[in-house]
Design a protein around this ligand. Structure first.
Ligand code: FES
Length: 139
């Protein structure tokens, strides 16, 4: 199957690969897996405690090209957004941006889940009362 140019670009030059300090209270970590294929994605965010703006984001993905591209794009998109803005990123935005074919949609879902899980983790650590993200991260 042919990947779109944008997928190839992110796959060949992934943005924001790496790790943030998990023990910091400003860092939220989301670790999610896709039951369809066994691919795994870890996405971390560093949130400014005053403004709730995501100042940094890193990922590590063990998965297909679309999963790597989706997580790379997700880290680019969350940076500079507030936590609540980042929660509005949906996998359909990723599908559109990367022109993913139907069989690769679950790869983008993985990225959306990873963002939500990372935010959920950060909220839990900081006792930010909010239900949605935490609930999503829990399953
Ligand atoms: Fe499963 Fe892409 S094939 S994440």
């Amino acid at each position: 199957m042919a990947y779109s140019d944008k997928v190839v670009d992110h796959y060949e030059n992934p943005r924001n690969v790496g790790t943030l300090d998990k023990s910091s209270s400003e860092v939220g970590t989301g670790l999610v897996g896709a039951p369809e294929c066994g691919d795994v994605m870890r996405l971390q965010i560093k949130v400014n405690p005053e403004t709730q703006v995501i100042e940094d984001a890193k990922f590590k993905t063990f998965g297909c090209g679309s999963a790597i591209a989706s997580s790379s794009l997700a880290t680019e998109w969350v940076k500079g957004k507030t936590v609540s803005e980042a929660l509005q990123i949906s996998n359909t935005d990723i599908v559109k941006e990367l022109a993913l074919p139907p069989v690769k949609i679950h790869c983008s879902v993985l990225a959306e889940d990873a963002i939500r899980a990372a935010i959920g983790d950060w909220k839990k650590k900081n006792n930010v009362a909010e239900t949605e993200a935490v609930a999503v991260a829990a399953h």
